[in-house]
Write a protein that binds this ligand. Structure first.
Ligand SMILES: [Zn+2]
Length: 409
């Protein structure tokens, strides 16, 4: 890896100082940019950028030069919430839902988390790795440069470890930045149905120490919601993980006002995710905390659920990140450009606000804002070069017109 100089960039977007790791409130509507710019990449990092008129080509002898006349450059997307390691898609469930079947009937026909777990347990690690990589590669082509991936379709020790080992292999094999999250408490494993507390005890006693012993998880997650895990159980799991220094990211307030936001903030969660159902109480609790609220419009779109009230969050001075929630049941897409568009079309965010939500704030929500998410000297050069489009806002507006010329990861 040597030096590469991109010249004649029509406009360079998402410029931030290194010390800015998230954008909150009014700041979310600002996207710092530079027209007619150059950008120098050295050893995979952003080494310099500036106006073309200030570039001295004499100093760039021997550097590979790429002319981007007419094209725009922005940081690659940062997708802080995905479940892309799974064994089998669930289009049968999709059709059953269209036919109006109930959740119970769908589960009987092979839908839901527990059925995903059954299939995953019977899939080898190599096969699981192969099909998960196909999803990862598609996401990279669509402009994602950093992402978080969760376990949670194993629901027993052996299969949760299998999922986390697959994520580890992906980390080692791809240039994209990956963070892994242990989500043993995604649902109660089939063997423990009706014995939920025993399952939680087992997660704390067996799974977390095993995961920590192999350093397989950067974060711990719990589905803290109605019908899944309650606040005391969530606190029990978070405190077991805290003993190993593993910080939480939480599924909260998707199905009900669950108390998940508060328990997440209390345990220093890096993010609290979903938030389709939140009140002023949750917003107040988040104020002044280091926790990023993450909303997942792809799941709202796919399930016909309410969207998170991002506008109110931002109005109250909070930050918001948007992520894909790529998973087989409620959001079978990892297209962050679509997430950006949904942020504008359905959540009424400005293109600028939603841009910051899918770049720097997404990076913050997985603890990598010091490495990616903006155009900053020293950060990794994970970039999207656009086709010749009229503006940044054109990307979420004309949301199905191909806009990527190339992705640099
Ligand atoms: Zn999720």
């Amino acid at each position: 890896m040597g030096k590469r100089l991109f010249i004649n960039i029509k406009e360079l977007y998402g410029i931030l100082p290194l010390e800015v790791t998230r954008l909150q409130g009014e700041m979310m509507d600002r996207v710092e940019s530079l027209p007619n710019a150059y950008l120098l990449v050295e050893e995979g990092k952003i080494a310099a950028f500036g106006k073309m008129e200030n570039l001295s080509l004499d100093e760039m002898k021997g550097v590979e030069v790429v002319d981007l006349t007419g094209k725009r450059v922005m940081p690659a997307f940062c997708d802080s919430h995905t479940h892309i390691v799974y064994a089998k898609s669930r289009e049968q469930e999709f059709m059953d839902k269209i036919a109006g079947l109930s959740y119970e009937e769908i589960a009987k026909r092979g839908g839901g988390i527990l059925n995903s777990a059954d299939v995953l347990r019977n899939t080898s690690e190599d096969e699981l790795y192969r099909i998960s990589c196909e999803r990862l590669e598609e996401m990279m082509e669509k402009g994602t440069g950093a992402m978080e991936i969760k376990s949670g379709y194993g629901l027993n020790l052996e299969s949760e470890m299998k999922m986390l080992r697959v994520i580890k292999r992906m980390k080692e094999s791809y240039p994209i930045l990956i963070k892994s999250t242990f989500l043993g408490a995604h649902a109660v494993g089939r063997e423990y149905v009706g014995r939920q507390q025993e399952y939680v005890d087992m997660v704390c006693r067996e799974m977390i120490p095993a995961v920590a012993a192999e350093s397989l998880a950067d974060y711990v997650d719990v589905f803290c919601d109605k019908g899944f895990f309650d606040v005391p159980q969530t606190a029990q799991i978070l405190s077991a993980a805290a003993k190993y220094g593993i910080r939480p990211k939480i599924h909260a307030n998707e199905l009900d006002v669950s108390g998940g936001v508060q328990v997440g903030v209390d345990y220093g969660a890096v993010s609290v995710d979903h938030l389709e159902r939140t009140t002023e109480v949750e917003m107040k609790y988040l104020k002044g905390s280091s926790t990023m609220p993450v909303m997942l419009p792809g799941a709202s779109f796919f399930l016909g659920m309410p969207y998170g009230n991002a506008k109110e969050f931002i109005k109250s001075g909070l930050a918001v990140a948007l992520a894909s929630d790529y998973n087989p049941g409620s959001s079978p897409s990892g297209d962050m450009r679509f997430v950006w568009a949904l942020g504008c079309i359905k959540m009424h965010l400005t293109p600028n606000q939603a841009f910051n939500a899918v770049t720097i704030n997404g990076a913050y929500a997985m603890g990598v804002a010091d490495k990616v998410g903006s155009i900053t000297v020293g950060k990794e050069a994970k970039l999207i070069v656009t086709k010749e489009i009229p503006s940044l806002g054109f990307i979420p507006y004309c949301h199905h017109t191909p806009f990527i010329e190339r992705v640099i990861i």
